[in-house]
Design a protein around this ligand. Structure first.
Ligand code: ALG
Ligand code: ZN
Ligand code: ZN
Length: 320
């Protein structure tokens, strides 16, 4: 990274926030800057869902809900848009009628967008998209420590015989050798399963679990401690299914489950990643048709801001 001046967001004291076509956080487009450290990229795809559709509209909604973000992050003492060049690379053009073609496109576009060293923060889209993104990252980093925030395990085998769905990406990733089984973790798991075997299968893939209920007993600090111990110094991919939040904090999603994290707990947990080796991240399952007053969109935008802030600390070599 050089000390070249960075192009930051549009100044909200000169051009009102609601005035322009929406990039994430009013950042420049990728084609407006010389070099990109972190690319925000939308993946408007929801053909993998098992219940409510609509996450294909997630990228636009999260961008629209991100206009109020400001340049300075006090708890981490970092300016995520100045410590690194962040830019919005727009949306991938993925086929809504052919899941296998869609995931091949996502994998190829991830390779292309990362070719010059940019890291990706991807906005879904349903959780299916994590599989091709991990395939792409595995080529550069080998087995990945996946930190997965979700109400659901997403390690099921098939739905209606279909192997590529939003409930199965981490099962496929494990089978394909993309995961580092000593260093993966789910956070926020809760609710009914199909059977006991779901947990045994999940365990065999290498996931440890911080359950949503664990926040009741140990609080955020204990969750962060377990998370950091599990991830160590491995290359970490952070996958945030917005349904990790309680439906009160994220109604706009396709498979809501009661009893989830508050947005404060999620944001504070993400902050606990400072200093770890993040190689990429996604925010998935935002389905705006079920949202109200941008509750879910704003939560997702702040998740993005926390991720960009810990990425900035990675790059500058600072840590908490
Ligand atoms: N939201 C995600 N990623 N997965 C949910 C799968 C839930 C199910 O239909 O059993
Ligand atoms: Zn989920
Ligand atoms: Zn999920």
């Amino acid at each position: 990274m050089t000390d070249a001046p960075r192009t930051g967001p549009v100044d909200a004291t000169r051009i009102p926030r609601y005035a322009d076509p929406g990039t994430f956080a009013r950042l420049p487009r990728a084609d407006q800057v010389d070099q990109v450290d972190v690319a925000i990229v939308g993946v408007p795809f929801d053909t993998g869902v098992s219940y409510r559709p609509g996450a294909r509209f997630g990228p636009g909604h999260v961008r629209a809900s991100s206009k109020l973000l400001r340049p300075y992050h006090p708890p981490l003492d970092v300016e995520p848009f100045h410590a690194q060049q962040v830019a919005d690379a727009g949306d991938m053009g993925v086929n809504p009628f052919d899941i296998e073609e869609a995931i091949a496109t996502i994998e190829r576009r991830s390779d292309e967008l990362r070719a010059d060293g940019a890291k990706l923060l991807t906005i879904g889209g349903d959780h299916t998209i994590a599989l091709p993104l991990l395939r792409s990252l595995h080529r550069d980093h080998g087995p990945i420590a996946v930190l997965h925030f979700d109400a659901h395990l997403d390690t099921w085998d098939t739905y209606f015989g279909a192997p590529y769905t939003h409930g199965t990406p981490f099962r496929r990733a494990g089978e394909e050798g993309l995961l580092d089984p000593e260093h993966c973790m789910h956070i926020g798991i809760r609710g009914p399963l199909y059977s006991r075997e779901d947990l045994a299968d999940d365990d065999a893939l290498g996931f440890q679990i911080v359950r949503a209920d664990d926040y009741e007993t140990g609080g955020t600090a204990a969750a962060v401690e377990r998370m950091r111990a599990r991830l160590g110094d491995r290359p970490v991919y952070v996958s945030v299914d917005i349904d990790v939040l309680d439906p009160a904090h994220a109604p706009g999603t396709g498979t809501p489950e009661a009893g989830g994290l508050t947005s404060r707990e999620l944001l504070a947990t993400l902050r606990g990643l400072a200093g770890l080796n993040l190689v990429g991240a996604d925010i998935v399952e935002v389905a705006p048709a079920y949202d109200h007053a941008e509750i879910t969109g704003i939560a997702a935008a702040h998740v993005g801001y926390e991720l960009l802030s810990v990425l900035a600390l990675d790059r500058s070599g600072e840590s908490q």
